[in-house]
Design a binder for this molecule. Structure first.
Ligand code: C2E
Ligand code: CA
Ligand code: CA
Length: 636
């Protein structure tokens, strides 16, 4: 039979070009690059051997032809199992599941034994005296094993379809279709040696798609991009191996972006990337325009990485950049994330890094080092952020009440409602911690509603029983006050429980007025007109703008604990407090002093004409039941 070798010659040319391109291109440290190289080499060997098989008869001795045929069959039949390995390497970047894979490859052992013994047994093929090739009776078995591997590959591909980028999946699927087509043609028309050409064609498709480094690389710095980084470290997380990742975040990137043309800024960032890359044994990644990550190439040899981290912490990087005349004033946040302690998955790592971006940095600082403590604080804040979003629904909130003493009536007259939160994983969480988070994510609005409802319920209960509870104060945050419908919602709650509006009052801090949108004034005016008292909370802690005392409808000014703390031993503190109290009284504001802890403080305040006092000296925050008990006893 006359065999057509021109397909093989073409295949060889294609493979030669691909191998040259492969050698020139960037290779990320992923197993898929090694497996792909193995595929190309197998294809090349198989093609060369096939050409020899068809050109050497009559020229070379029989043993050379036998050898060349054996090499051809070994290389050619190693391609289908290698393709299966390749599909595995696309999702399991370090081939950590290779043990499972071995089971899939058992039939290959059988086909290799068949090939190696065929020299003597003539099972697969035999050569006549002139070196002519003839198929043996076992040849269909070899095809069966190949079909088995292609089926296994298709099966793996099907189950990993969602894990593999679409274009990569399509590329591998076309590999299977082309190879199966070529196998059928060669089975039906043995003289057409198209199988190697088909393999070369498939390699070319893969080279352009799956193996395209642009997909995992940042083109300007030549570092891995976010996907590349994810591919590289996801297996580390899966293996639960502890490792550390350093990061460098250009904190003022957005300001720089506004002030410099993009190409200038980018060229300076490339200089920065080059500096990082200079450190030997460090794998670097540019996750986004402003964020770089780096970790040791080899866990057991971290010298280069340690030097880099030291340089970053000690300002050496900035000095170097300035020395090189970088001409742009960068501000960096840098630090080290210990995985899995600080982040146990790639997603969490990205979240920690984006939380790092939100930590405020001083204007004059150039480098801010984030320690492990900062990182665990960020993680805790993030978790609390999640918890507060659902706190009202999942019952982790309750309200406590701190009574206020009326000096004139010589009894407790009102109480302040204070939120408490407990979560299974953290236990008690202070309001100083969860309230700012709730303000940031907007959950505070539902929380305030919850407090208002609880307070109204308690007032209704007291009123029905005739207990002398005049009022409950609820705290409002700035976010509550800018809600267009705040006053309606509170008044609606008061109506629902059939209360007198004066039974509820609202406390608002000075900081809520820093910027004073119309809605705040409108809400407060509507509440005040309906009969709800307005208290100015924490007076004396903010930047007191005295004109507010008469430009907003205030009934009571609550003097902060800090104004009282030193009065027993500081003359200056007494002067400040006395004059503040007198000013408020002259402005016709009621004065409530909070944070009173001792009898001396209380006596002094009473001597200054203060009517309302709140503090641990009189009563600590207590549960609704305890408050009910207190007012019940007081009313007897
Ligand atoms: P605040 O409104 O100034 O509440 C007074 C805080 O001082 C309360 O702390 C109270 O327990 C504490 N305190 C009262 N008397 C004394 C005293 O004699 N000595 C000392 N050392 N502390 C005293 P708490 O409950 O931890 O609340 C802290 C802050 O959290 C509150 O400060 C308020 O700004 C915020 N907060 C609490 N509940 C709510 C709420 O329902 N809504 C809003 N928006 N904020 C709330
Ligand atoms: Ca308050
Ligand atoms: Ca206060």
């Amino acid at each position: 039979m006359h065999y057509n070798i021109w397909f093989n010659v073409c295949a060889l040319l294609v493979l030669a070009v691909l191998l040259i391109l492969y050698a020139l291109k960037f290779h990320a440290p992923f197993k898929k690059y090694c497996v792909f190289l193995a595929l190309m080499l197998l294809s090349t060997v198989s093609t060369i051997a096939s050409i020899c098989n068809n050109t050497l008869p009559g020229i070379a001795p029989i043993w050379v032809l036998q050898l060349s045929n054996t090499i051809y069959f070994l290389a050619h039949n190693a391609i289908p199992p290698m393709l299966l390995l390749y599909v595995y390497s696309l999702t399991d970047f370090s081939l950590t599941t290779w043990r499972r894979l071995i089971l899939w490859l058992i039939p290959s052992v059988f086909s290799f034994l068949l090939i190696l013994t065929s020299w003597f047994s003539n099972g697969l093929y035999w050569l006549d005296a002139s070196g002519g090739y003839h198929r043996g009776s076992m040849m269909p078995l070899l095809y069966l094993v190949a079909v088995y591997h292609f089926t296994a590959t298709a099966y793996c591909l099907y189950f990993r379809w969602n894990l593999i980028p679409r274009h990569e999946g399509i590329s591998i699927a076309s590999f299977l279709v082309i190879s199966a087509g070529a196998m059928t043609i060669q089975l039906l028309f043995p003289q057409l040696l198209v199988e190697n050409f088909a393999s070369a064609l498939c390699m070319m498709i893969s080279q352009m798609t799956v193996q395209n480094p642009d997909l995992i690389m940042d083109s300007s710095t030549g570092m891995l991009n976010k996907r590349g980084l994810s591919n590289l470290i996801t297996p580390q997380f899966e293996m639960h191996q502890p490792f550390s990742i350093g990061f460098l975040l250009v904190d003022n990137y957005h300001t720089l972006e506004r002030n410099y043309i993009f190409s200038r800024l980018e060229s300076r960032l490339v200089m920065l990337a080059d500096y990082i890359k200079q450190h030997p044994g460090v794998t670097c990644s540019r996750v986004n325009n402003r964020l770089f990550c780096f970790f040791p190439e080899n866990i057991h040899c971290t010298e280069g990485w340690n030097t880099l981290m030291r340089d970053l912490e000690s300002d050496a990087l900035l000095q170097k950049l300035q020395h090189d005349g970088i001409g742009i004033r960068f501000q960096f946040k840098t630090g080290c994330i210990n995985c899995p302690k600080d982040a146990s998955s790639f997603g969490e790592l990205m979240e920690v890094l984006s939380a790092a971006a939100t930590i405020p940095m001083h204007q004059h600082d150039s480098v801010m080092w984030l320690s492990s403590v900062d990182i665990s604080r960020m993680r805790r804040r993030k978790r609390i952020d999640e918890l507060v979003r659902t706190a009202v629904q999942d019952g982790s909130l309750h309200v406590v009440y701190q009574p206020v003493y009326d000096v004139q009536k010589q009894r407790f007259c009102s109480a302040e409602a204070l939120l408490r939160m407990t979560a299974r994983e953290f236990g008690y969480i202070s309001p100083a911690e969860f309230i700012p988070v709730a303000e940031e994510n907007g959950a505070i609005v539902a929380m305030t509603q919850f407090v208002a409802e609880s307070a109204c319920q308690l007032i209704q209960n007291a009123a029905r029983n005739g207990w002398l509870l005049d009022q409950i104060h609820i705290n409002l945050s700035a976010i509550d006050c800018i809600q267009g419908n705040l006053s309606q919602r509170i008044l609606e709650e008061i109506r629902r429980f059939q209360l007198d509006p004066s039974a509820l009052s609202v406390e608002i801090t000075e900081t809520a007025f820093t910027s004073m949108p119309k809605s705040i004034l409108q809400n407060l005016t509507e509440l005040s007109e309906a009969g709800v008292d307005i208290l100015l909370d924490d007076y004396g802690t903010g930047y007191s703008n005295l004109s507010r005392l008469y430009s907003i409808p205030l009934d009571v000014v609550k003097l902060d604990k800090t104004l009282v703390d030193d009065i027993t031993h500081s003359e200056a503190a007494r002067i400040v407090l006395e004059n503040t109290i007198h000013m408020m009284l002259r402005l016709n504001k009621q004065v409530l002093v909070e944070g009173v802890e001792t009898r001396e403080q209380a006596d002094y305040l009473i001597s200054q004409g203060v009517r309302y006092i709140q503090g641990y000296y009189y009563a600590k925050p207590m549960s609704g039941e305890q408050l009910t008990e207190l007012f019940r006893n007081q009313s007897c």
